[in-house]
Design a protein around this ligand. Structure first.
Ligand SMILES: *Cc1c(COP(=O)(O)O)cnc(C)c1O
Length: 426
């Protein structure tokens, strides 16, 4: 499948049926698998067999879908998780423990910021934040002897900042740590961070990959390109004997697959953020049209961004593919086929006008979601950031008038007419 174009791989990679197998990916809705001999099953518990035995660890349906995502990202291996939050958590704690430190881009999804600043901090893992376009010196200065990884979002949610992946990858390499990139908004259709030097890629598949707002999920893809053995003192959980598997050493047993093998064998085993086979099946349906939908989301997003930029009642618009946008040059480099369907903007008249505008749309629904087929919008100041004063919002980088619009794949004339009608009502 590797030799085919990316659209072909969206449709056919992962589940590759043999003679007389079902053509479509089957849903193995079973928690467990049967064995004829207890010795056979014992081998599974020693990681000597890759047979399925219990769906918390592995199941053929999510496994086939993970294989498709690994293929699309150009990675060595991948697993699915029950949510995007679980994916980022696993990607980090697979190599970080209490006493360790992470350097992250400051342009992050709110849930990821909370994970870093609160939950991981409570677990003894500290984080430092740097701007997504920080200079090499600035990123360098954030590193400590106990830093274990560098993290960023290709296209940040909701600020739409474009990560300088190549620069981040270079610094990560110099410091002997992996670069982990959350590629949720760009998807592998528009950017493949591994090609720019990232070592691990994560996803909230809940967004464009599912694309229909029906299945929560996440994914972690390993490039297989990080040399854990070369930095063995930093990553003892991968390079020294593991007591829970009779002294097995993941890098010795699994080579390029060590990071992924350890994640399944320890984190999935002990924490269990497993996706359901049915959700994996739904995700696969979404992935089969990802290349078509991303092109349309982007086409519609750009048309809407241009419409808003020229409207007198709009105070400002942020969209990386809009000429003159702060991110325009970096977007051209990392997202040559465009960013995505998310546009953020402010209406003249601040918080009150924003709310009137939101209430006036018909086609675009108010929803705590982005990146699905249906156009939706969210006003953080009156919802997710509701408890904050205007001053606090400003400090959080969310202006009181900011509206996050997720442009869907409807006919763009209808989307624009809906926005136009609502703007006329302010
Ligand atoms: C939504 C999102 C997440 C969290 O994913 P869930 O599937 O909601 O848990 C993580 N990162 C980014 C960039 C997101 O947009």
């Amino acid at each position: 499948m590797k030799d085919y174009q990316i659209g072909t791989r969206c449709v056919q990679a992962g589940w590759e049926p043999k003679n007389k197998d079902p053509r479509a990916l089957p849903i193995y809705q079973s928690t467990t698998f049967t064995f004829d001999s207890s010795q056979d099953m014992a081998a599974c518990f020693d990681l000597e067999s890759d047979a399925y035995f219990y769906s918390r660890l592995a199941n053929p349906t999510p496994e086939a879908v993970a294989k498709k995502i690994a293929n699309l990202e150009g990675g060595e291996g991948a697993i699915l998780t029950s949510s995007g939050q679980a994916a980022n958590f696993y990607a980090l704690v697979n190599i970080c423990k209490a006493g360790d430190h992470i350097v992250s881009s400051s342009a992050l999804y709110g849930g990821s910021y909370n994970l870093f600043a609160n939950t991981l901090a409570d677990m003894g893992i500290q984080s430092s934040f740097v701007a997504p376009d920080a200079s090499l010196e600035e990123i360098e200065a954030a590193f400590r002897p106990n830093t274990k990884c560098l993290f960023g979002e290709t296209l940040s949610n909701p600020a739409l900042k474009v990560l300088d992946i190549e620069a981040f990858a270079q610094i990560a390499k110099e410091h002997g740590v992996p670069l982990i990139v959350d590629n949720t908004f760009a998807t592998p259709i528009h950017c493949r961070p591994i090609e720019w030097g990232a070592h691990v890629v994560t996803h909230s598949t809940t967004k464009y990959m599912d694309g229909h707002a029906v299945a929560l999920g996440g994914a972690i893809v390993d490039s297989g390109n990080f040399d854990w053995e070369a930095h063995r003192d930093k990553f003892p959980s991968l390079t020294t004997p593991n007591d829970s598997y009779h002294g097995l050493v993941f890098t010795e047993n699994f080579g390029r697959g060590a990071y992924m093998a350890k994640m399944v064998a320890t984190l999935m085993r002990d924490l269990g953020s497993t996706p359901s086979p049915f959700n994996a099946f739904l995700l696969n349906l979404g992935l089969e049209t990802l290349h078509l939908r991303m092109a349309r989301h982007r086409e519609n997003g750009l048309a809407v961004a241009k419409f808003l930029a020229n409207h007198p009642k709009i105070a400002w618009v942020k969209y990386p593919d809009l000429e003159g946008d702060q991110e325009y040059e970096r977007a051209k480099k990392y997202l040559p086929q465009g960013s995505c369907g998310v546009v953020v903007f402010g209406v003249q008249g601040g918080r009150e006008a924003a709310q009137t505008f939101m209430d006036g749309t018909q086609l675009a629904a108010i929803a705590t979601h982005v990146a699905d087929a249906r156009t939706c919008l969210l006003h953080p100041a009156s919802t997710t950031h509701r408890q904050m004063t205007d001053q606090e919002l400003k400090e959080a980088g969310v202006s009181p008038d900011l509206i996050r619009l997720s442009v869907g794949i409807e006919d763009v004339e209808d989307i624009i007419r809906d926005l136009e009608t609502s703007l006329a009502g302010i």
